[in-house]
Design a protein around this ligand. Structure first.
Ligand code: GLU
Length: 261
């Protein structure tokens, strides 16, 4: 695990179900702990990029409305919630002495070489200035065919365009299990995966929670994307973001998707 301890540029993705309470309100304690831990990583000389979901859920909670049912409603709630999210991140990170910068992406930025190069420059300039980029999909203008299909995939592309050393996916589950642990009590956590083949994909099971869009399948596909670019990935349980210290102190937690040498 010493190669993990040495990773300098790290992308951390956190999902909606980890960032919010059951009723969709933002989990302030968790967001604050995350901001504290990531600030400490910065203080220790690492560069951090955060990919955060939660905009739609935060918008719904703020407006005290029902879950959006159509695309326009979802896009409207994302617009409300995204600014709410950034307000909190900005406040918590600045409490620990750091500056955040919002970047909202759509898939066409990744697919278009000129726009992708512009995004790469922006990330590298922000990181050079010591900022913590906080990324989400630009849900308010993103449409079917233009979208990433969820923030697990978005985070994988962010790791690529930031030339990250490591992607950490903070989820509401401890890692990849050999079968669905919510249904099978004897399911075993898989500590290490070398390459995401059909056998591994078959372990993914169904979708995630009602509030998030992810699930294990999108995380495994994200692992496939980053491994192809020689970037390792972890899935960890984000219920206590301090687990990130354990990982970067060299202890084995969660599931490690290793780059095969
Ligand atoms: N971009 C969405 C949001 O911020 C979340 C997408 C996802 O959870 O994968 O609400």
């Amino acid at each position: 695990m010493s190669e993990i301890a040495n990773c300098r540029r790290i992308v951390v993705k956190i999902g909606t179900s980890t960032l919010t309470h059951e009723d969709g309100h933002l989990n302030l304690r968790r967001i604050e702990t995350l901001a504290k831990v990531l600030s400490d990583f910065k203080n220790a000389g690492r560069q951090v990029i955060l990919v955060s979901s939660g905009a739609v859920s935060a918008g719904v909670a703020k407006m005290s409305t029902r879950r959006p049912i159509n695309t326009a409603e979802k896009q409207a709630m994302a617009a409300v919630g995204q600014s709410e999210l950034m307000k909190l991140y900005s406040r918590f990170f600045s409490d620990y002495g750091h500056t955040v910068a919002q970047i909202l992406l759509t898939k066409d930025v990744i697919d278009n070489p000129a726009r992708r190069a512009a995004a790469e420059d922006t990330f590298s300039t922000l990181l050079g200035m010591g900022c913590i980029p906080i990324v989400n999909e630009n849900d308010s203008v993103s449409t079917e065919g233009l979208n990433f299909g969820g923030n697990d995939t978005l985070a994988a592309y962010v790791a690529l365009i930031c030339h990250a050393d490591l992607l950490i996916n903070l989820s509401d589950i401890d890692g990849l299990y050999d079968k669905d642990p919510r249904r099978f009590p004897d399911a075993k956590l898989i500590p290490r995966v070398n390459g995401v083949d059909e056998r591994i994909l078959a372990m993914a099971g169904g979708a995630g929670t009602e509030r998030g869009t992810g699930g294990m399948a999108t995380k495994l596909l994200a692992a496939r994307i980053v491994l192809e670019a020689d970037i390792p990935m972890f899935i960890l349980n984000g219920k206590d973001p301090a687990i990130l210290y354990e990982l970067l102190d060299g202890r084995h937690v969660g599931t490690y998707f290793a780059v095969e040498k």
